[in-house]
Design a protein around this ligand. Structure first.
Ligand code: PLP
Length: 374
């Protein structure tokens, strides 16, 4: 194994049909927002169980445009987690809004319901972004209830949770808006960048379609400010439509791999293994929490086992949050609070290979390497 996801191992028959259909797109000569995008949007909306899906250029744009569609502006506060790679923070800052960080649970690394309840009661929050990290659904029912109680919009970040479900309801159908990334390594990945926003709210969907293309509605008539160019292209849509029927099968394989890794790995220096929560976990990443990560990384390098850290630095420790560029007369924000569990996770998490095409031999290699770490 050379990476934790080995994308080149894609099924040969799938690759062949992609090559064939991409050739057709090229021959047709229509490349951005066309029939293929419309077809993918329809299929992905049906798969997710929502009435609208709007394709955009990537997952971070999806978050930003979702926020803009809710009229997020410089005085808005958006609750989010700080352990999820800065994507939601980047989108919030792009709207000139303020992120309000909520701590996570150690077992799932997703948003803590208690901490969210506390944030919603103690501050004016305009929207909540909940991230289904590593492929694990956050506690959606409880979070939905809290948002309803405080009349706050809920945005799901499903970039790591395509196809995850709770009582047969899919990730992306719980929030007022749900954002997806189709970056190549995601559970449903394009062969380049891509993203989408799902919603049951037709008015928001229209607004999002307007915002993704300069604010035009119709063409050349700007009816919304804050418009962008953030479009999905025909080639990526074609790849995604062909891959979508494989998604559930791939998620099953990922879960099996995670299961076997969990069973095989026995080492007292492993503090926590992933919670395999049935279909509400789609094993986007297999993440261990360990005592001495630096030492394990040295050991994995020596054993030639690919690995990565998702994510090493809490968002509030990154420069744009620590030293925000603010106009001189604006109020100084207090220094961000350190969140206990977020801090602990940033020191202890490590991701190991986990992908649908992982062989028994690959799994055994990873298990023996971790068990041989002393
Ligand atoms: C990948 C990812 C994103 C961003 O998606 P891009 O397409 O890379 O912009 C957002 N949120 C999460 C949780 C992600 O994993």
């Amino acid at each position: 194994m050379k990476s934790i996801n080995e994308l080149h191992r894609i099924e040969p028959e799938l690759l062949e049909s992609i090559q064939e259909q991409v050739r057709e797109v090229i021959q047709k000569g229509w490349f951005v927002l066309g029939e293929r995008v419309q077809e993918f949007e329809d299929r992905f909306a049906a798969y997710t169980g929502v009435s609208n899906c709007v394709g955009v250029a990537n997952g971070t744009d999806a978050l930003e445009i979702a926020l803009r569609s809710l009229s997020t502006h410089h005085a808005s506060r958006v609750a989010t987690v700080a352990n999820a790679g800065f994507y939601s923070s980047a989108a919030i800052l792009a709207c000139n809004a303020t992120p309000c960080y909520v701590d996570v649970d150690l077992d799932t690394a997703t948003m803590s319901v208690d901490h969210l309840a506390e944030s919603l009661s103690s501050q004016e929050i305009d929207a909540v972004i909940v991230t289904h990290l590593y492929g694990t659904l956050a506690p959606l029912r409880e979070i939905r209830q809290l948002c309803d109680k405080h009349q706050v919009a809920l945005i799901e970040d499903c970039a790591q949770a395509h196809g995850a479900s709770l009582h047969n309801q899919k990730a992306g159908s719980f929030g007022d808006l749900a954002c997806f990334s189709f970056y190549p390594t995601k559970n449903l990945g394009a062969m380049g960048d891509g993203g989408a926003i799902c919603t049951n709210d037709a008015a928001l969907a229209t607004r999002i379609r307007t915002l993704r293309q300069y604010g035009w509605h119709p063409k050349y008539h700007v009816t919304e400010s804050g418009g962008r160019n953030s479009r999905l292209d025909e080639i990526q849509a074609c790849v995604l439509t062909l891959k979508l029927p494989y998604l559930d099968r791939w998620n099953d394989k990922r879960r099996q791999v995670a299961h076997r890794l969990n069973e095989g790995i026995q080492n007292s220096k492993v503090v926590r293994k992933p919670t395999l929560a049935g279909t509400s976990y789609v094993a986007h990443l297999y993440v261990l929490q360990v005592d001495d990560r630096q030492e394990l990384i040295r050991h994995l390098k020596a054993s030639a086992i690919p690995h990565d850290v998702h994510y090493p630095i809490p968002d509030y420790r990154q420069p744009p949050i620590l030293n925000p560029p603010r106009p001189q007369d604006s109020e100084m924000l207090p220094p961000p609070k350190l969140l206990k569990n977020t801090e602990e996770l940033s020191r202890s998490v490590i991701s190991l290979p986990c992908f649908p095409w992982m062989s028994d031999e690959d799994i055994d290699l990873v298990v023996s390497a971790i068990n041989a770490w002393e």
